[in-house]
Design a protein around this ligand. Structure first.
Ligand SMILES: Nc1nc2c(ncn2[C@@H]2O[C@H](COP(=O)(O)OP(=O)(O)OP(=O)(O)O)[C@@H](O)[C@H]2O)c(=O)[nH]1
Ligand SMILES: [Mg+2]
Length: 417
């Protein structure tokens, strides 16, 4: 049986969808068999996060201090729940603390307790957008966020407190606010004063939390399905687009070659027609008669005939060369080039420099073997010309993309199974 490794599959998906790193980490968390709902407390430092968790758990588990205290991600498992105390969000943005807070927030938590101290007044420019993001995430992944306003005992004037809470509510009308005081709760439990406990807001928070916890299993099923569906859709779209592009490029490659071959054939047909008068059968080829010493400086029939052949040959070469230029075949590939630039042409490489007789012309242009050789060799130089080479490279790049998306889809299927 094939052994399946989550990380390997995730790495393949990540190659294709680099922006999904967090989602894949979240899927890994969701894939773990222990289904303990995880509650993460987040917010700015010194807003009373750790103390709130202690109060909710009923034990002094997390360390509390009047300064920046929590710097690592602290985890505590208690009564079938996992509590995460994240470092304060504000300091060290982009650094290790922030990374831990982000990981806790996006990869580990089922429920977020967003803590803001009323002592600080309204939400600031960092808290507000994060809450918008969390609200969006509630709708998308069904992971819930409870907004807890801490340290209400620190604003003794009830009118001021109401004003602060009202203006925060206006900033985030989508959320229910849960005002609490950890100190009142502690005093109430220690002195067994029910009124204080009730006024502390912790019981109301606990109730809201229990309601949210009850929804976690369902939310996880939804979230898992959502992540798979989104990634599958995204990969399928990308794959389709690349496949379409590949098909178009291959079609282009095929069409270009067909049109090169067909135009070359037309050119060679025309060359044959043009050569007809020169090649017309005469029993004797004057060109084959060598010049004697005596008529070295005279115009002989042989010389005339050779000149005629050379001119006809040059015309033929010009016709072919203009066909080649039209198709971007302008020079020899680098590895075939010599020092002598004037002979670095495809025409010279294929045709040589001169012809001597009508028989030569016939062999080159009108006999089947000659014609086949021309077609073969010119097509070869067409295939190694810069545009054609670039096209092959483009096709291989797109093919690699297709392979990558296909592998990522297979990996995703493995994860889903
Ligand atoms: N009066 C009052 N003080 C509180 C309350 N909650 C927390 N505090 C105090 O506020 C200070 C900061 O509390 P922590 O719980 O350590 O704050 P934190 O948000 O965890 O801080 P970091 O871990 O540094 O991010 C401590 O001195 C707490 O005792 C509260 O409800 N009322
Ligand atoms: Mg803390």
């Amino acid at each position: 049986m094939e052994t399946f490794n989550f990380d390997e599959a995730a790495a393949q998906i990540l190659c294709a969808l680099p922006e999904r790193a967090i989602d894949l980490a979240r899927l890994k968390a969701l894939n773990q068999t222990t289904l303990t709902p995880t509650i993460t407390v987040i917010g700015k430092y010194n807003h009373g996060k750790s103390r709130l968790l202690n109060e909710l758990i009923g034990q002094d588990i997390f360390s509390v201090a009047d300064r920046r205290e929590t710097v690592a991600l602290n985890e505590h498992r208690y009564e079938q729940l996992c509590w995460l105390d994240a470092p304060g969000l504000d300091a060290d943005v982009g650094g290790q603390d922030d990374h831990l807070a982000q990981e806790a927030l996006w990869c580990k938590s089922d429920i977020r307790l967003f803590v803001h101290s009323v002592k600080e007044g309204e939400l600031d420019a960092a808290e507000h957008p994060l809450l918008q993001q969390l609200h969006y995430d509630v709708q998308r992944s069904k992971r819930q966020t409870l907004v807890v306003l801490t340290q209400v005992d620190q604003v003794p004037d009830q009118t001021v407190l109401t004003q602060v809470i009202d203006s925060i509510q206006q900033q985030i009308p989508q959320f229910n606010l849960l005002p609490v005081s950890a100190t009142r709760h502690r005093q109430g439990t220690e002195a067994n004063k029910q009124l204080l406990i009730q006024k502390s807001g912790i019981s109301a928070l606990r109730q809201a939390l229990d309601d949210a916890i009850a929804l976690v299993p369902q939310a996880r099923i939804h979230e898992k399905a959502l992540l798979f569906t989104e990634m599958r859709q995204q990969l399928t779209n990308l794959l389709n687009a690349e496949q379409q592009q590949l098909q178009q490029l291959q079609q282009l490659q095929h069409n270009q070659r067909q049109s090169f071959d067909s135009d070359l054939n037309k050119t060679l047909d025309k060359v044959c027609v043009d050569l007809q008068p020169t090649l017309a059968d005469r029993e004797h080829d004057d060109a084959l008669v060598p010049d004697s010493f005596e008529n070295m400086f005279k115009m002989t029939a042989g010389k005339q005939e050779r000149a005629r052949i050379q001119v006809a040959y040059s015309h033929a070469c010009l016709d072919i060369d203009s066909h080649l230029i039209r198709y971007g075949v302008t020079g020899l590939p680098t590895e075939q080039q010599t020092q002598v630039r004037s002979i670095n042409t495809v025409m010279i490489a294929v045709m040589g420099v001169s012809v001597k007789s009508r028989q030569d012309l016939r062999k080159i242009f009108t006999e089947q073997n000659g014609r086949d050789r021309l077609c073969r060799e010119f097509a070869h130089y067409f295939e190694v010309s810069p545009d054609r080479v670039a096209l092959v490279k483009q096709i291989s790049d797109v093919t690699a993309q297709v392979t990558m998306y296909t592998q990522a889809l297979t990996a995703l299927q493995h994860l889903e199974a």
